[in-house]
Design a binder for this molecule. Structure first.
Ligand code: SAM
Ligand code: SF4
Length: 348
């Protein structure tokens, strides 16, 4: 699609919107099949060295008690996932670059890889790191990395972050991850203050240009107390735009994995089903211990705060089926796009 065509789709109104979702859903079934993959998410720490102006666990949120799971707790969560038939998990946390943190992740990855004989695919979502750190984690068993660019517009990025946060370095990290051989995921927040429809269209073109394997994007939701919250946001508009972005990303990128993120459900009780119906093929049940979950609040209204991992999984499986998807127990669900990309590069 051209930029103008994407803008026109983002501006659709009335009955035409449902038609766009229908095309997104059909494209999902045609290009990646009916299976919807589960990625159990472990929110392993809310300690963060950064200060993104939108985020609830930013460094300057002094009211928030901080936690870090032990290596044993992380391994235990991963083994539970493996034994319960998950093919993959995501380890996510606030961003830290100290050696203690790097080696905590490294030790957890090595043990998970050994004890599951490499059968549990691990995605990391641990922010910006050096090439050496990404290499260590890859060698220890990580396979995928999710690093949202947040917005592909450097000027808008500058308005959402303090001046010592660098758009260029984030972009460089994405290139490094790809060069090292990770399955690469990125994404953006949708409906951010100052964000225009044109910038969202450019985000879709950015995903295409970066030739990513996975997309994890969702609506922006304010966190009361974060500096950006003062500017407000429109829940209905953000939900609708996020679903349109999923459908358009599916139509434009075809064989990538696209997540129906938790933030969708924070805005609508059936947000994740709507995401699947618009073209998403991945959902992320929360596996974080309930005692930590309350403390990993990125935005207000985060759902499922008092459900345990078993309940979250059962609930999401029902949601997938009700949205017309199929469960794929034990399947790591490697993005088809990644396999094709690697194959294509062999012949270049
Ligand atoms: N710290 C790592 C990083 O920033 O890449 C990983 C964890 S971070 C909490 C994961 C994602 O949460 C971010 O990439 C951002 O898009 C999203 N996020 C943070 N605050 C949010 C908000 N208020 N609304 C929606 N998404 C938010
Ligand atoms: Fe930290 Fe990530 Fe939140 Fe930014 S988005 S403050 S890096 S946890």
């Amino acid at each position: 699609m051209t930029r103008a065509e994407i803008i026109a789709l983002l501006n659709l109104q009335g009955d035409k919107i449902a038609e766009l979702y229908k095309y997104g859903c059909e494209a999902r079934i045609k290009h990646v099949g009916k299976k919807v993959y589960l990625r159990g998410i472990v929110e392993l720490s809310n300690i963060c060295a950064k200060n993104c102006l939108y985020c609830g666990i930013r460094r300057d949120n002094a009211a928030l008690p901080r936690y870090e799971m032990s290596v044993e707790e992380i391994i235990q969560a991963a083994l539970w996932a493996h034994e319960s038939g998950y093919g993959s998990i995501v380890l996510q946390s606030g961003e830290r670059t100290d050696e203690k943190f790097i080696s905590l992740i490294e030790s957890a990855l090595s043990a998970i890889s050994k004890q599951t004989e490499g059968k549990l695919a691990v995605t990391l979502s641990l922010g910006e790191q050096t090439r050496a750190t990404y290499k260590r984690w890859l060698a220890a068993g990580a396979r995928r990395y999710l690093l949202r660019i947040e917005t592909s517009d450097p000027q808008l990025y500058g308005k959402l972050h303090p001046s010592d946060h660098s758009f260029d370095f984030r972009l460089e990290c994405l290139h490094t991850l790809k060069e090292l051989g990770y399955q690469l995921g990125t994404g953006v927040m949708i409906g951010l203050p100052y964000q225009t429809i044109e910038q969202l269209a450019d985000d879709i073109l950015f995903f295409k240009k970066m030739d990513v394997d996975m997309i994890g994007m969702g609506p922006y939701i304010a966190y009361d107390g974060a500096p950006l919250a003062e500017l407000g946001y429109d829940k209905e508009r953000n939900l609708e735009l996020a679903l349109k972005m999923i459908a358009i990303a599916r139509l434009e990128l075809l064989d990538v994995n696209i997540a129906a993120t938790t933030a969708l459900q924070a805005l609508h009780p059936e947000g994740r089903e709507l995401g699947i119906k618009a073209g998403a093929n991945v959902v992320m049940p929360n596996m974080t211990d309930v005692k930590y979950r309350q403390l990993y609040k990125l935005y207000d209204g985060k759902p499922c705060l008092d459900e345990n991992a078993e309940q979250c999984r059962g609930c999401l499986e029902r949601r997938i089926i009700s949205a017309g998807g199929e469960i794929a127990p034990g399947d790591p669900g490697d993005p088809l796009h990644f396999r094709r990309r690697i194959q294509r590069n062999k012949y270049l």
